[in-house]
Write a protein that binds this ligand. Structure first.
Ligand code: PEP
Ligand code: MN
Length: 338
């Protein structure tokens, strides 16, 4: 249930509602928007709404039951878009933000060189996998902590915040020592122990859609993180498995405007994993901006042919810079900037 306070409701009126909710043994989530305060009651049921009579309390405008199974992630919970600030980079605002970098961190020199190149090309955030969820146990599994150290050095050298994947609960502390954003990969979209544990951290979580996951499952994943206390979640469309085998995945462009309707969380598009083919990435990136993506994730490698993972879908630094340039007017045409 959500309690919407009247515009200009006083602090003591807000506290009155919060105390009442806590007396009923429920958890509160307070969201102070510019116009009004919304109080989320976590785990409320209909019986309680009647019993508590929140609507007659001072300062309350109305109460609402959220019909979707995801509550905190739902658009009903916040009509305003959530904007996440990562070391000064805003995700979810008017400007479409860009994450770029290699699939995997391959060496110190490689990630620092790539970081400079993507920064030059217009990236806001640097990506790079140190713990890699590979389909084969015989493929390169990532450099682990060494890779995290190199990423941190690349941040130091360029000022770009970093994002990297965390695959299990026991890696959270280690990855959290280095990263600015935790990435949860498609294969872990329904790893609820991981999501709950990330909900107890204070860094933003970038949650990818499952390889065969529905939009509802994606938002329920976000709800797991949020209901454990961390409201800074970004959801990402990265392509889904369909009967089509001509491309690695099928990028679901429908998901972008639909997610913008269903949730207040920032929505990212990952055309590299969505297609698996670098030649398709520019067109799908443009489609994603036109369809309302708040954030883009692009794989960029200094020499894609030699990449240790996902070379076929990685742009080289020149094609990345060219693409970012082309996105500017497109973003403007849909009321955004880049
Ligand atoms: C990645 O971002 O390199 C990655 C492994 O992505 P996904 O989880 O979408 O497959
Ligand atoms: Mn990859």
């Amino acid at each position: 249930m959500i309690v919407v306070m009247k515009q200009g409701a006083s602090q003591s009126q807000i506290e009155g509602v919060v105390n009442r909710i806590e007396e009923l043994g429920k958890k509160v989530h307070l969201s102070r928007g510019e116009a009004r305060t919304i109080i989320g009651v976590i785990g409320a049921d209909e019986h309680m709404v009647n019993e508590a009579n929140f609507e007659v309390m001072d300062g309350v405008e109305r109460t609402m039951r959220v019909m979707q199974p995801y509550k905190l992630a739902s658009r009903d919970f916040s009509h305003e878009d959530t904007v996440i600030d990562v070391n000064g980079v805003k995700i979810g605002g008017k400007k479409v933000a860009v994450i770029a970098g290699p699939c995997s961190v391959e060496s110190r020199e490689m990630i620092i060189e790539t970081a400079h190149m993507v920064k030059e090309g217009g990236a806001d955030i640097l990506r790079g996998g140190a713990f890699k969820p590979r389909s084969s146990p015989y493929s390169f599994q990532g450099l682990g902590e060494e890779g995290l150290k190199y990423l941190a050095e690349a941040r130091e050298a360029t000022g770009l915040p970093i994002i990297t994947e965390v695959m299990s609960v026991d890696e959270i502390d280690l990855v959290g020592e280095y990263t600015d954003i935790f990435q949860v990969g498609a294969r872990n979209n329904q790893n609820y122990s991981l999501l709950k544990a990330l909900g107890k951290t204070t860094k933003p979580v970038f949650l990818k859609r499952g390889t065969s996951g529905t939009i509802q499952e994606l938002l329920m994943g976000a709800e797991y993180i949020m209901s454990n206390g961390n409201m800074q979640v970004i959801v990402c469309e990265r392509g889904i498995r369909t009967y089509e085998t001509a491309t690695r995945n099928t990028f679901d462009v429908n998901a972008l405007p639909l997610l913008k309707e269903l949730t207040h969380l920032p929505v990212c598009a990952d055309p590299a994993h969505g297609t698996g083919m670098a030649n398709l990435v520019p067109a799908i990136t443009k489609a994603a901006v036109a369809a309302g993506a708040d954030l883009l994730m692009l794989e960029v490698h200094p020499d894609p042919k030699r990449a240790w993972s996902d070379g076929a879908q990685s742009l080289n630094p020149d094609s990345f810079a060219k693409l970012v340039n082309e996105l500017g007017p497109l973003a403007q045409a849909v009321g955004r900037s880049l």
